[in-house]
Design a protein around this ligand. Structure first.
Ligand SMILES: C[S@@+](CC[C@H](N)C(=O)[O-])C[C@H]1O[C@@H](n2cnc3c(N)ncnc32)[C@H](O)[C@@H]1O
Length: 561
């Protein structure tokens, strides 16, 4: 499966995915609470989902989530695992009525307690309960044969100070371990003398000689029992437990922060992904939000799929992925509800032809194109030709008719006799001449050529338009100029957000914005004297986007290139 971000209700999308296709699922669904902070993006998709799960009490919420978790179970490979992130609102119901029922009590692995915030100090306001500062992450596997890579955390200082109290000349900390064989002769331990001391030892003579040669055996004074030097830096750490209080919530200045309260830290996802998957495995997040899971999966060389019902969530995730892209990054696709006319029309010809043939259920012609210009076949075997242009004329129809006949003469005549299409021609639009020629062929020769417009096959929309105005607000005492940028997008679908890349690299043409989600379109920024290339992106309600590049010269005054 390719790496993909998909816009839509996860239930519908999961139902179209094949079974046993993912190795790890992390889900952070909206919690059962009707608080306003639950609405992150505020766009149509998210509000719809919010209303969906809120039209009843907790039973309704559980039913809403349960049918989704049921699908997730189907999608997991037998060695796969699921991590379901929730809080106190419905954790009991989620465990008992959803996870135990679908995954089975025997596949419960851990209930992780994540300390997500510091102490609340609302006792003075009359709160009669302890502060809720933890989330739960339920970890279940599909079977006992699940992947599990032990993760270790560093020892705490008190332990290392007390236990690893010796320090080598080169600064390495160590402790002294027992070399004698527990159980003596009865356990088959060998007896011999080392450093003048005879005992039953836990290793063979050769092994101990080797350790002595390496300086790993020490004797505190003549006659004392030799001991083994165990270095702290060779120990893996403490096996991870189910209480996670070492991953801090995102601070307001955190670099990864997008700007909504329930965004999860990358460290949390790193730990989960490392525990339950290997490189090359597929990680799936059906409530991808700001994209933390897929961003981390991508960094850790996992494949990934993320779904969200909110356009903003999908677009912010996409931008986060662009921001971390390098030469080695795997490609990904974003699947929206609509396709943008310009991108399809001017897309790489071969890629477009293959893709559109597949959209009509045909098989694309993977071989080098012959001079007949046939791009694929329908399920019934009839030839398909794709024209990436508008207003197709009469001559194209005639040429295609001849190509169909030469392509497979028997099939052509069989279809002609049966009154079935002899071929399918796909284009953005057809001119009057083409339509008349189709009618003539049918009437005079009983030859049917099926015409299909791209917008009948996939929903198409126009990209939003974008204009950006600049206003010089004057210089500050250091001579830096304050500039106000106002971006105005227009789209029939409505505008969702803007993103700003203040240092756009034109040679690479990759948009890497510092501001990922601006809902006003107005930004003010200081500029020293110099030349700048700035890129602004507008995203509409369908997720379609347009960019504007601004070349700016600042030198006492501002000049737009
Ligand atoms: C709590 S957020 C996820 C936050 C994410 N873990 C992060 O760190 O950024 C929940 C997300 O679920 C999305 N959502 C809610 N209902 C959905 C549905 N039925 N299908 C797909 N996404 C949905 C919301 O739009 C929201 O972005």
């Amino acid at each position: 499966m390719e790496n993909q971000l998909i816009l839509g209700d996860n239930l519908e999308i999961m139902r179209q995915m094949p079974g046993e296709c993912v190795d790890l699922i992390y889900l952070d669904p909206p919690f059962f609470s009707n608080r306003n902070y639950e609405v992150i993006w505020g766009d149509a998709g998210e509000i719809r989902s919010f209303q969906d799960r809120w039209s009843g009490g907790v039973d309704h919420y559980i039913a809403w989530l349960k049918e989704r978790v049921q699908e997730m179970h189907r999608l997991l490979k037998p060695t796969g695992s699921i991590f379901l992130h929730c809080d106190w609102h419905a954790n009991a119901e989620i465990k008992v009525f959803i996870l135990n029922k679908i995954f089975g009590e025997e596949n419960f692995r851990s209930e992780i307690i994540w300390k997500r915030s510091t102490a609340h100090s609302d006792a003075k306001q009359g709160r009669r309960a302890f502060g809720n500062i933890t989330d739960r992450i339920f970890y279940y596997s599909k079977s006992a044969d699940c992947k599990f890579n032990q993760v270790y955390t560093p020892y705490d200082e008190e332990y290392t100070d007390g236990f690893y109290k010796f320090v080598d000349a080169d600064g390495r900390r160590y402790t002294l371990g027992d070399l004698t064989g527990p159980g003596g002769a009865s356990k088959g331990n060998p007896q011999y003398a080392i450093m003048g001391v005879t005992r039953y030892w836990r290793y063979s003579r050769e092994k101990i000689d080797q350790l002595i040669k390496e300086g790993r055996v020490v004797q505190s004074k003549p006659g004392a029992v030799p001991r083994y030097k165990r270095y702290l830096d060779e120990m893996p750490g403490v096996p991870l437990q189910d209480m996670w209080d070492d991953i801090k919530p995102l601070g307001s200045q955190a670099k990864e922060r997008i700007g909504y309260p329930t965004q999860k830290p990358e460290k949390l996802l790193e730990r989960i992904i490392q525990t339950a998957s290997d490189e090359g495995d597929t990680v799936f997040d059906p409530f991808v939000g700001g994209g933390t899971t897929v961003v981390v999966a991508d960094k850790l060389n996992r494949r990934w799929v993320g779904i969200d019902q909110s356009v903003q969530a999908i677009k912010v995730t996409e931008l986060r992925l662009y921001n971390q892209r390098d030469l080695f990054s795997a490609p990904f696709v974003t699947k929206l509800h609509k396709y943008d006319y310009d991108t399809l029309r001017y897309k790489d010809a071969f890629a477009f032809e293959s893709w559109i043939v597949q959209q009509v259920g045909g098989a694309s012609n993977l071989k080098q194109r012959g001079d007949l210009g046939i791009d694929g076949r329908t399920r019934e075997g009839a030839p398909i030709q794709v024209k990436r242009s508008d207003n197709i004329g009469r001559n194209v129809i005639d040429n295609f008719r001849s190509a169909c006949e030469r392509f497979d003469e028997n099939l052509f005549h069989k279809n002609q006799d049966a009154g079935q299409p002899v071929g399918v021609l796909i284009a953005f639009s057809f001119g009057k001449g083409a339509v008349e020629e189709i009618a003539r062929l049918k009437i005079q020769q009983n030859v049917i050529i099926k015409l299909m417009r791209v917008d009948e096959i996939v929903p198409i929309a126009k990209k939003p338009t974008l204009a950006v105005r600049l206003k010089d607000l004057g210089a500050d005492e250091k001579g830096q100029r304050d500039i106000e940028f106002t971006a105005v997008g227009e789209s029939q679908a409505g505008i969702e957000m803007y993103a700003w890349d203040w240092d756009y690299d034109e040679s690479k043409g990759i948009f890497k914005p510092e501001i990922l989600r601006d809902q006003t379109g107005v930004q003010t920024r200081k500029f020293k004297a110099g030349e700048y290339v700035i890129a602004v992106r507008v995203v509409d309600n369908d997720g379609l986007e347009s960019d504007e590049i601004i070349r700016l010269k600042v030198n006492g005054k501002i000049k737009r290139g």
